[in-house]
Ligand binder design. Structure first.
Ligand SMILES: *[C@@H]1O[C@H](CO)[C@@H](O)[C@H](O)[C@H]1NC(C)=O
Ligand SMILES: *[C@@H]1O[C@H](CO)[C@@H](O)[C@H](O)[C@H]1NC(C)=O
Ligand SMILES: *[C@@H]1O[C@H](CO)[C@@H](O)[C@H](O)[C@H]1NC(C)=O
Ligand SMILES: *[C@@H]1O[C@H](CO)[C@@H](O)[C@H](O)[C@H]1NC(C)=O
Ligand SMILES: *[C@@H]1O[C@H](CO)[C@@H](O)[C@H](O)[C@H]1NC(C)=O
Ligand SMILES: [Ca+2]
Length: 527
């Protein structure tokens, strides 16, 4: 036991914090018991768990076999890439093998023989798991580093991408961004996306081989040089908005935009010395387990947190079934040094037997009814156990009762429906003439105009009389001399002065006659 404790203490500094423990057996005045802490898995070499994709198709060299030269010796093109020969092939997996002392193994692209068409390649790394970076990302290039590239990241398994860092020998020219250095960032700009010129200038292909995404320099803004004050970093990660997410990724993409030139210009007469070659991509990080696990294992092809604190899910992002008397919360680094586990609690453990399905953190005892009830149900729920949906919402039949999406808004059309409530399948109660689940459509023979109104007329049924035409089922447009909703009335019958002898009527008759003449005019001209 003592020996184990010593071992544990020994491990702590290596993992940069005390959060790789979840609980310890302590003796208090009330006797021995477990004390719980926030916990997180150790940092790992993430390249061992990655899947890689290189785009576009045909960008990897060797199919067909190709010769290439180096910048150091551009006219002695003795090297060859041949995908069909294991000794001469350079497939993507060689970016992730372990580099033994001696010869580097690397992925290599085709050469820039299509110059001046740009030589573009994407290398996309996916983990299918959220990962928190704990150290620099280090990409090693053989035969020179790209003069322009950028790093992108995704937080949602590749659905959306965001720039992470820009790299160019001239940031202004390549990206219209001023060149900056991570070391010059401040506490308020620690998660700024910048363009750096530190890794793109030519310095001889053997001398400077690495391109970095500087995680440690950013940590050092809070933790000081040598990262001595990690507590300060953890406090910041907890409180500064977006800072934790900045260091969290599920995928990374390197967009290689222009290879090393070995000088200022591209030499058109020897394009065989321009290509990309990556021997290693080092990504160090830990599984994101929301401070609810100290182990992360590789199972069924992806990393998974071994959740504690009665949480579950790939990232321990929810409470286990029957442990949902409070809403799920991430563990916390605070208070220092041990943090808070924010464990999920079993139904019935807090207050009588009050399950709130994770929609409320509080229960209250109502004296005169002698019941315990959930207070302030969230996620549009209501009821003693937050088990019903609020008025104006209905139950999502594909969601469990403890799902945040359990209640869906009815969304009834305000004009077409009687009220904003709906039945269990989301159907609203419609006013006369309206139809559709949300009452935003009209029944046949009704038209929509701030609600549904019965059709006045219909061109097919010829409801407008005396040659009137139906306008959008709403009214008849009557010919001269007729009026009424369906043009059923002759104006003469209504008012004698509209008939013969009245100037108005004659005037319009004359106009009609003129119009007919005008229509025939082109015919006359033809003659
Ligand atoms: C690389 O990925 C970006 C999106 O991140 C895409 O716009 C671009 O077309 C891709 N380039 C190649 C060569 O596949
Ligand atoms: C990603 O991980 C989840 C959870 O472990 C798993 O169910 C899913 O099949 C994985 N997807 C891929 C593409 O590996
Ligand atoms: C998880 O639930 C079990 C069973 O109720 C309980 O013994 C244990 O203490 C809980 N763990 C935590 C961290 O709350
Ligand atoms: C219903 O719940 C499922 C499962 O949580 C969710 O994926 C879906 O988006 C929900 N539907 C709506 C309309 O919110
Ligand atoms: C909801 O209303 C629609 C339309 O009136 C009906 O078809 C459906 O069966 C109703 N659903 C329930 C659960 O009552
Ligand atoms: Ca390698």
């Amino acid at each position: 036991m003592l020996y184990l404790a010593a071992l544990l203490v020994h491990c702590v500094p290596l993992a940069m914090g005390q959060y790789d423990i979840c609980k310890s057996w302590v003796t208090t005045d009330d006797g021995p018991s477990w004390e719980f802490y926030a916990c997180q898995p150790k940092a790992m070499r993430m390249k061992d768990y990655v899947t890689v994709r290189v785009d576009p198709a045909g960008i990897t060299c060797g199919d067909p076999p190709e010769r290439f030269c180096t910048h150091e010796n551009p006219y002695l093109c003795s090297d060859e890439c041949d995908a069909s020969n294991p000794d001469l092939a350079h497939p993507p997996k060689l970016m992730f093998d372990s580099e033994d002392e001696g010869l580097a193994t690397y992925w290599q692209s085709v050469t820039w023989r299509r110059y001046p068409e740009p030589l573009l390649a994407n290398i996309t790394l996916s983990w299918n798991k959220s990962i928190e970076l704990t150290d620099d990302i280090v990409i090693t290039f053989e035969y020179g580093r790209p003069t322009i590239m950028m790093l992108e990241k995704s937080l949602d398994n590749g659905r959306t991408w965001h720039p992470y860092q820009y790299y160019a020998d001239d940031c202004m020219e390549a990206f219209s961004m001023p060149a900056r250095r991570v070391r010059d960032l401040s506490t308020t700009s620690a998660n700024r996306v910048l363009c750096t010129e530190e890794y793109s200038r030519w310095a001889g292909s053997k001398k400077e081989k690495t391109v970095r995404f500087e995680v440690r320099d950013r940590f050092a803004i809070f933790a000081g040089p040598d990262l001595k004050n990690m507590d300060n970093l953890y406090t910041r990660l907890e409180s500064a908005k977006g800072l934790k997410d900045f260091f969290t990724i599920t995928d990374l993409r390197m967009r290689l935009l222009r290879p090393a030139l070995g000088g200022t210009y591209v030499q058109r007469e020897n394009l065989y010395k321009y290509f990309y070659a990556v021997s290693n991509i080092e990504v160090t990080g830990r599984c994101k387990c929301n401070l609810h696990a100290n182990l992360c294992t590789f199972k069924e092809g992806s990393l998974q947190c071994e959740c504690e604190h009665n949480t579950t899910g790939q990232d321990c992002g929810k409470c286990k079934k029957n442990f949902r008397s409070r809403s799920w919360r991430a563990g916390s680094y605070l208070p220092l040094p041990n943090g808070s586990p924010n464990a999920c609690a079993a139904a019935g453990s807090a207050f009588g037997n009050c399950e709130c399905y994770g929609h409320s953190n509080r229960c209250s005892y109502i004296d005169f009814l002698n019941v315990v009830t959930c207070v302030s149900c969230k996620h549009n729920t209501r009821g003693q156990h937050c088990q019903h949906c609020r008025l104006g919402f209905y139950r999502n039949s594909s969601a469990e009762l403890d799902d945040e999406n359990v209640c869906i808004e009815c969304n009834c059309n305000q004009i077409g429906s009687m009220h904003d409530r709906c039945n269990e399948t989301g159907y609203c109660e419609c006013r006369e003439g309206a139809t559709g689940p949300k009452c935003d459509d009209c029944l046949p023979n009704y038209y929509w105009r701030q609600g549904c109104f019965p059709n006045v007329c219909d061109d097919e049924l010829l409801l407008c009389q005396n040659g009137g035409t139906c306008y959008q089922n709403q009214r008849c447009i009557c010919p001269v001399g007729f009026k009424g909703v369906l043009c059923q009335q002759s104006r003469c019958e209504v008012d004698k002065k509209d008939c013969d002898g009245a100037p108005g009527a004659r005037g319009s008759l004359a106009a009609v006659a003129l119009g007919m003449l005008a229509l025939q005019l082109p015919g006359w001209v033809d003659l």
